[in-house]
Design a protein around this ligand. Structure first.
Ligand SMILES: Nc1ncnc2c1ncn2[C@@H]1O[C@H](COP(=O)(O)OP(=O)(O)OP(=O)(O)O)[C@@H](O)[C@H]1O
Ligand SMILES: [Mg+2]
Length: 273
């Protein structure tokens, strides 16, 4: 694995499970921990731009780069956090959505991202719902997949389907791809359904993360105001802290996976005394 940059693809089969919320707030948490982080919006609907209150057409980004209208470095937006940059979806006419997907299928993502990613420690890909061309292209480049799982009845089955696709991509196009974790999101511990769904996924999947993201109004308030939760005044502290815990857990997970797969002579010698 290329040790310089680690790419994490946030992917889920279902819509509205918190992929964009997780991508944005996790990217902020990594940046606040000092990791140079690039958040790439791969959703043709432009989830990140919407969450940052910039709507459909305000930010240039990936679409212009893939269509050769903008140099990759010119499309990167530096945020107010020194360690966080964003590559937005860009101005994509819905009429061009098919060409956009075809370009991705044809390998245009590499042309757009190869010149950019080496300047970062971590790159996060926010993907659209489903396991179509865009998500496949992101998984084909990623080192790690992070799978948000909305804790409700029937969700466990969709997690199994994402894992099947990850295994397939790993076996065909990208042997470096690893499942970093399944992240329970929108967890409402007062709901019997949610607790049952959580129990089901804990029982059937080995990679469920310890950190869970609760369903709390502050996340929708942050989306409405166009900021990450840690930028909301005052009350957001516990939720922002939750993403710091998640970032720490994922850093450890990436370290563990990378170390376990390093050739034996690259593993540090352990000494008892
Ligand atoms: N933990 C949470 N608590 C409460 N609301 C949340 C939480 N996470 C996300 N939301 C809200 O749920 C909605 C969907 O979240 P989000 O856009 O992150 O999902 P998504 O998986 O990216 O959706 P899509 O599939 O459309 O891209 C948003 O309005 C968001 O503010
Ligand atoms: Mg989204």
């Amino acid at each position: 694995m290329d040790p310089a940059v680690r790419r994490i693809c946030v992917a889920a089969q279902k819509g509205g499970v918190g992929k964009t919320t997780v991508s944005l707030n996790l990217a902020v948490a990594f940046a606040q921990r000092g990791r140079r982080t690039l958040l790439v919006d791969l959703d043709p609907q432009g989830g990140v731009g919407h969450s940052l209150g910039r709507g459909d057409t305000a930010l240039a980004g990936l679409a212009e780069v893939m269509m050769g209208r903008l140099a990759p470095h010119a499309a990167v937006i530096q945020t107010r956090l020194p360690a966080l940059a964003i590559l937005a979806r860009g101005r994509l006419d819905p009429i061009d959505a098919v060409e956009y997907e075809e370009a991705l299928r044809g390998g245009a993502l590499g042309g757009a991202l190869d010149p950019l990613e080496p300047g970062f420690d971590l790159v996060l890909y926010d993907t659209p719902a489903g396991l179509g061309a865009v998500t496949r292209a992101a998984l084909a480049r990623a080192h790690f997949a992070l799978v948000p799982f909305q804790t409700e009845a029937l969700s466990a089955r969709s997690v199994a389907q994402v894992i099947r696709v990850i295994d397939h991509v790993r076996g065909s196009e990208n042997p470096s791809l690893r499942l970093l974790g399944i992240l329970p999101t929108l967890v409402d511990k007062s709901s019997g359904d949610a607790v049952a769904a959580l129990g089901q996924v804990w029982g059937s999947e080995a990679h469920v993360l310890e950190t869970v993201i609760p369903r709390v109004a502050v996340f929708s308030e942050a989306s409405r105001r166009g900021v990450p939760v840690s930028f909301l005044p005052g009350a957001a502290a516990p939720e922002a802290r939750r993403f710091d815990l998640l970032a720490a857990e994922l850093e450890q997970g990436m370290e563990r996976i990378t170390r376990a797969e390093a050739p034996a002579d690259e593993r540090p010698q352990r000494e008892l005394l």
